[in-house]
Design a protein around this ligand. Structure first.
Ligand code: AMP
Length: 474
């Protein structure tokens, strides 16, 4: 079925064409026709499948004939990046309709978002926490709401947002139509969808999420201590251009990015502790080519949509197979091709086996020609593998490496390691000799896993003791 056979409004068809979408993706073929008939939809859709347009197009179609000035659609999504991207797609696909959308997420001031509510913007794309903050005010009634979209519901569950979602649902009127998307269907999500949806058009629910078929996947067995050297060496090869590098924790993302920059690689990082401005700049810089490497944690990277991203490097094996699928889904989007390279240390083999089980495939092991982990291990800086309960214990050598202040940004960089912005950084072994990064001191049982839900008190300002905790939005 083509887009024109779906009987979309000509304004939408024009925008679809202008976006370069020639044929609907499978999820769009499944979801759009029943959604256009006003039915509820329950879709099991992996990232990169084109699911955003699968719900954006029916929402726009529904709102085109309606009068303006009232918010009629609410899209709930787990992360700021994802919210921003959905908003972008609404702008792109709705550009001939005059419909307006606004994002509502944390990390940016409230007043502009308040104005969006007050002016009755047609569509609000929100993360649950910030939305709840607005719900404390009278202007955020959403009394005219007709359509509710839940995007990446399983991820919202993973991030601890389920109670927030339930509170949001209590606050808003019962939607006439609900479009519900989740890559997987854990019990809680199945229950939530069961309570929300009426006779939904359901598809792919039983299908296991798999990385897109255009992704070539490879495993690099490598000791933890040699990962940074391997990364650098890979970046020296002609085959790896720009890449997203995933680490398990924010701390490790900082360390890897800092290491790459110290070796002359243009790198930035994106994770939950960075301000919205920093995240936007990092992503925009990566997209424009200013940064060759974007180091990211899972949750921050959830919504990243980079059109022609060819390489995803899993510096750490993700703890759960779904994260692997989502990470790998950053590449080969919408039927392009890409490569996903995963560094596996001996203590990560168990997680790798889980991934292989989930995707039903044994992934090919490979090694980088000319790279000998044993040769670099003693001198290459390691990034501590900090994981609650599973990671290796800090070694005496890690602890000895940590000198107070050595990681401070004021530390003079050895002249030989000053960033020179070469297209190809110096060989790992040479680079390693000049590096003296203090690492390995952060192994503590409180270390977070990725950007796992955090309800921390703001350091300065914000809500005081005893007040509602800051709401996580990533
Ligand atoms: P999503 O899974 O919604 O994040 O979409 C992944 C990427 O696919 C985005 O860059 C979309 O712009 C693109 N896309 C969505 N639908 C189509 C289509 N029918 N044809 C080509 N690209 C598409």
């Amino acid at each position: 079925m083509s887009f024109s056979e779906m009987k979309l409004n000509p304004m939408l068809l024009r925008a679809v064409q202008a976006s370069g979408y020639t044929t609907p993706t499978p999820i769009q073929r499944d979801a759009i026709p029943p959604a256009l008939q006003g039915r509820d939809v329950l879709g099991c859709a992996m990232t990169g499948s084109g699911k955003t347009a699968a719900f954006v197009l029916p929402v726009l179609e529904r709102l085109i004939p309606k009068s303006r000035g009232a918010t009629r659609a609410l899209i709930l999504t787990p992360t700021r990046e994802l919210a921003a991207q959905i908003h972008d797609q609404i702008e792109k696909l709705g550009k001939f309709t005059g419909l307006r959308s606004a994002t509502v997420f944390g990390g940016v001031p409230m007043p502009a978002q308040q104005r969006a509510f007050e002016s009755g913007v047609d569509i609000i794309v929100a993360t649950p926490g910030r939305l709840l903050d607005h719900f404390q005010h009278r202007y955020a009634k959403l009394a005219s709401l007709e359509v509710l979209v839940l995007d990446e519901a399983d991820r919202m569950l993973d991030m601890g947002f389920l109670p927030d979602i339930k509170r949001v649902l209590k606050h808003i009127p019962k939607a006439q139509q609900t479009l519900f998307f989740s890559a997987t269907m854990p019990k809680e999500i199945a229950e939530l969808s069961g309570s929300l949806l009426r006779d939904p058009a359901t598809f792919n629910v039983e299908r296991k999420a798999l990385p897109a078929s255009g992704v070539t996947q490879a495993i690099y067995p490598v000791p933890q201590d040699a990962k940074t050297a391997l990364l650098l060496k890979l970046l020296e090869t002609d085959t790896v251009g720009s890449a997203i590098v995933f680490t398990r924790t924010k701390h490790r993302a900082n360390k890897v990015a800092k290491f790459l920059v110290s070796k002359g690689v243009d790198a930035e990082r994106i994770h939950g502790d960075r301000s919205q401005g920093q995240r936007t700049e990092a992503l925009a810089g990566f997209k424009s080519g200013k940064y060759r490497v974007l180091v990211a944690t899972d949750i921050a990277a959830r919504g990243i949509d980079i059109h022609a991203l060819e390489h995803v490097i899993n510096f750490d094996v993700p703890n759960v197979p779904e994260d692997y699928i989502h990470r790998v889904g950053r590449t080969a989007r919408a039927e392009r091709t890409g490569e996903a390279l995963t560094f596996v240390a001996p203590d990560e083999e168990a997680q790798l086996r889980d991934i292989e089980k989930a995707i039903g495939n044994k992934l090919p092991r490979t090694r980088l020609e000319g790279f000998d982990p044993r040769a670099v291990m003693p001198v290459a800086p390691a990034v501590p593998n900090v994981r609650v309960g599973v990671g290796r214990a800090p070694r005496p050598s890690d602890v000895r490496a940590h000198k107070p202040g050595a990681t401070s940004k004021n530390t003079p960089r050895p002249a030989s390691s000053a960033p020179t912005k070469p297209a190809h950084p110096r060989p790992a072994t040479q680079a390693a000799t000049s590096s003296h990064t203090a690492l390995g001191h952060a192994a503590s049982s409180t270390a977070p896993t990725g950007d796992a839900p955090k309800r921390k008190r703001r350091r300065r300002g914000g809500r005081g003791r005893g007040a509602k905790p800051a709401t996580p939005t990533t």
